[in-house]
Every structure is written in C-alpha cells, then in structure tokens.
Design a protein around this ligand. Structure first.
Ligand code: NAD
Length: 309
C-alpha cells in the first residue's frame, strides 16, 4: 500500500489564512495579541523554535517577546519572570519552553502562569478543563494532530467526529503537553484510546498495542521507534517526533520523526512526514491561541453568571 502523505504545510497555510481573518476581526474590536516565550539556558532546539515563532507571529502582526533566562537561574527569579509576564497587558499568551534545568520545577512554573494566558494549557486548571472535555485552550501540538486528522478524513469523504467513534486511537507518549492532551482529544471523539509510554516499550509490548491502532499518534522523541511490523494495514499514522540524527550524505544532521517513515508508509493509509507534517500546523495554532488569549483579556471577567452578593 502506498500511503497518502498528509501535507502539513498546506494545511498550515489554510489555518494561517483563517488566523489572519480572525486577527482582523480582533483588531476591529481593539484587541491586540502578544506572545511571550520563556527559554532557560542554551538549548539549540528551544532557541530555534523561539526564532521560528517570532518570524511567524510578527509576519501576521502579533507582538512577540522572548525572555531568555540563564541556565543557572534561581527558581524564585524564574517564577518572578512569569509573574512579570502575567502582569503585562501586552502579553496575551505565555509559552514556557522545555527543557528546564534541574533546579526549576516544571510544576511550580506551570502553576504560576495566569490561566488566561496559558496558551499550552499546562496550568492545572486548564489541564483539568481539557481533561473533562471543556478546554479553554487546546494545546498546539495535540490540536494540530487532530486538525490534520480531521482535515484528512474530511477530504477523503468521512465525517471526522463520526468516523472516530468506537475506533481505536493509540497514542505513544504521555507528556503533559502532547501525549495526555492527545488522549483527552481522542476520548472526546468517542474513540477507544490506548496510551503507551516507555514502560510499554521496556516490557516489549509496544507493538502489541500499536498494531491495534486505526489511528496512531506517536510522540516519544525516539527516532524510528515505530516500524512497519508494529502497525496494521490501513493505519492513519501521525508523527509528532522531531529528532535530529546524523546525515551520512551531508555529514550534518537531518530531522526525522518517531515513525520509520519509509517502512510504515508501505502499510499505512495515510502518514504525516517529518519535517512538513505536524510541526507547521503547531506553530500557527500557538499564535491562534494567543489571539484567543487576547479575546479573553477583552472580556470583563468581573461579570460572572452568579455575582457575589
Ligand atoms: P517528553 O520527553 O516530554 O515525553 C515523551 C513521552 O514518550 C514520555 O511519556 C515517555 O515515557 C514516552 N517514551 C519515551 N521513550 C519511549 C519509548 N521507547 N516507547 C514508548 N514511549 C516512550 O516529550 P514531548 O514533549 O511529549 O515530545 C515528544 C516528541 O515530540 C519529541 O521528539 C519532541 O521534539 C516532539 N515535539 C514535536 C512538536 C511538533 O510540533 N511537531 C511539538 C512538541 C514536541
């Protein structure tokens, strides 16, 4: 079987056009989105992502602010940076990039975020809203997986919501920002959901689970983790992984996903490539969440359905 290769760049262009229309509407009502990223230390991938986001945000007229903190920063100072961004009305979305150095608690940083600016839904309140199926923000990476999937199903004549009901979605990876929210999105669609992490691999059982997938989402950060023998014929395979591996042809590095693309493509109905699959959609989604943050800031939250006496 020759898989349909899902073109993430084309889907991302459509989402960007929608974002630009929505931004025009927001501006007419006086709103202005602003995205702030927080990078701690000198991680190459985090800096590259920050630069990419700046280019995208500024190209659609969204303010962008990069906070670069030293690798040895004390936790109190990192928390103070988040507090400063919370208090800045020009900032409507805050993204804390990983990896974080060991002296910083990811849990503490996430809990300090203003939930109304927490565009990746990592604050406990937003994660809870997401888990119960009423998200305030849908985190960009899992959102992009399902945006691509829905788009592919629609183009191939299927109703995305109906088609997933009762089908098996297998997620590989269980992080707070990708794997778990992907599970919640699949549950919302009425799918039967299996989530595997590194323990399934260590137990030698990963393939036993991934072979059950009608839809497979892989987000482990392990190059070529899933091979053809680990999938069923006709699977729709979404690859979140971005891994830099040595490129023998050039002597440099190249990016690959968590799927062994060439072999899985021989069995899959459809597959996302790396690069050019989930990544480009994720970036646009994040800026769109920043726009949603601006909409939330415009809303007078002191007006409540049940006012205090
Ligand atoms: P993470 O390290 O926080 O989590 C990885 C998860 O995968 C963990 O639950 C871990 O238990 C599991 N895992 C690790 N090895 C495994 C194995 N051998 N078998 C099964 N499960 C295993 O990473 P993350 O932030 O969730 O990111 C995952 C990957 O996705 C990385 O490659 C990252 O670069 C990439 N990523 C891509 C995008 C995008 O837009 N395309 C966005 C975010 C992350």
């Amino acid at each position: 079987m020759d898989a349909n290769v899902i073109d993430g760049s084309a889907v991302s262009a459509g989402l960007r056009a929608r974002l630009e229309r929505e931004l025009a509407t927001l501006r007419r009502s006086g709103g202005a989105p602003g995205l702030a990223s927080v990078v701690v230390g000198e991680d190459y991938a985090a800096h590259a992502y920050e630069r990419r986001l700046r280019r995208l945000a500024e190209s659609v007229g969204c303010r962008f602010q990069a906070e670069r903190l030293p690798a040895d920063i004390e936790e109190a100072d990192a928390l103070a940076t988040v507090g400063k961004l919370n208090a800045d009305p020009r900032v409507t979305g805050i993204l804390i990039l990983r990896p974080l150095p060991p002296q910083l608690s990811e849990t503490a940083l996430y809990a300090t975020l203003d939930p109304l600016k927490d565009v990746e839904a990592v604050h406990p309140v937003n994660a809870g809203l997401m888990a119960r199926g009423t998200p305030r923000f849908v985190p960009s990476t899992p959102a992009s997986c399902f945006w691509l999937l829905d788009d592919y199903l629609r183009r191939s004549g299927r109703d995305p919501l109906g088609w997933l009901r009762g089908r098996t979605v297998v997620i590989v990876g269980r992080s707070h920002n990708v794997g778990k929210p992907a599970v919640w999105l699949a549950l919302d669609r009425g799918a039967v959901v299996i989530d595997c992490d590194e323990h399934a691999s260590a137990a030698g059982r990963l393939g036993a689970f991934t072979r059950q997938a009608d839809v497979l989402v892989v987000a482990a950060g392990v190059p070529g983790l899933v091979t053809a023998d680990m999938v069923a014929d006709g699977v729709i395979a979404i690859d979140v992984g971005i891994n830099a591996v040595p490129d023998r042809a050039t002597g440099g590095v190249r990016l690959v996903g968590d799927l062994d693309f060439d072999s899985v493509a021989t069995r899959a109905e459809a597959i996302t490539p790396v690069p050019g699959g989930v990544g480009p959609v994720t970036d646009v989604w994040l800026v769109r969440n920043t726009l949603l943050g601006a909409v939330l800031q415009q809303t007078d939250l002191s007006i409540r359905p049940w006012p205090s006496p």
